[in-house]
Design a protein around this ligand. Structure first.
Ligand code: HQG
Length: 180
C-alpha cells in the first residue's frame, strides 16, 4: 500500500497479531487467529481510527500491499508470519531452494550458528531473490543474499512451515545448508 495512513494501520495490525494481542485485550487461538469483529473493535478502541477501521478497509490494505501479511478466513484474521509469540503452523515441503536476505554485519555469526529466529518464533525465508533483497535492505543497502539448500534440509529431517506463497518459516537453518 502506498498511503501513509494505510502503512500505519498495517503496522498496528502486525504489532497486535504478531507480538502483543494482550495489549488490545485480545487472545489469539493456537493458530494465531482471532475473530475479525473482535479485532476491529479492539483496533478502533485503541487507535480511534478516523474513519473507523472496517473489514473492507483491511481487505483494501491487503489487496494493495507489497506483501501478503494477513489472512482473513472463516470470520477470523491472522498474521501469516513474523510472530514473536508462539503460533502453531502447518508443516510442508518447501521449494528446493530458498533465500534469506540479511546484513553483512550478521554474516560471521550466521556462518557459525546458522540462521536463528532471533526475536521471532521462526526464521523467515523467501522463495525469490527479489523478496530476500528487500528484506535485507531494511538493514543494509547492499544486503547479503544467502541461498538455502532446502531440498537437502528436508531430506535430513528439518521441518519447514508455510507462511504465505513467498515466505517460508523454519526453526533453525544449520550452516551446512547455507551458501553465499
Ligand atoms: C539475523 C519483515 C546473527 C537475520 C521483513 C535477520 C521480513 C542472525 C535478523 C520479516 C542469526 C532477524 C522478517 C545469527 C539470523 N546471528 N544474526 N545466527 N540468524 N540472524 O526482522 O528475516 O515488513 O526478525 O538474518 O521484510 O529480517 O514486517 O527477521 O537479519 O519479511 O512484514 O537476525 O519481517 O516483514 O531479523 O525479517 P528479523 P527478517 P514485514
Amino acid at each position: 500500500s502506498t498511503h501513509r495512513s494505510d502503512v500505519f494501520i498495517s503496522k498496528k495490525m502486525s504489532y497486535c497479531l504478531r507480538h502483543n494481542p494482550e495489549k488490545y485485550g485480545l487472545k489469539l487461538d493456537e493458530y494465531g487467529s482471532v475473530d475479525l469483529q473482535k479485532f476491529l473493535n479492539a483496533m478502533n478502541k485503541m487507535h480511534h481510527f478516523q474513519p473507523k477501521l472496517t473489514e473492507m478497509k483491511i481487505r483494501e490494505i491487503m489487496n494493495f500491499s507489497d506483501k501478503e501479511r494477513f489472512e482473513i478466513k472463516n470470520g477470523k484474521i491472522c498474521a501469516l508470519y513474523g510472530h514473536s509469540i508462539p503460533i502453531k503452523r502447518k508443516q510442508a515441503i518447501p521449494p528446493d531452494i530458498l533465500y534469506h536476505g540479511t546484513t553483512h554485519s550478521f554474516l560471521s555469526s550466521i556462518m557459525k550458528e546458522g540462521l536463528l529466529p532471533m526475536g521471532r518464533q521462526y526464521v523467515n525465508l523467501s522463495t525469490d531473490i527479489e523478496m530476500a533483497e528487500s528484506v535485507g535492505k531494511r538493514r543494509d543497502n547492499h544486503p547479503v543474499i544467502l541461498k538455502i539448500n532446502a531440498k537437502q534440509a528436508v531430506k535430513d529431517g528439518i521441518k519447514f512451515y508455510i507462511g504465505n506463497n513467498e515466505v517460508w518459516l523454519c526453526d533453525h537453518v544449520p550452516t551446512k545448508y547455507l551458501t553465499l
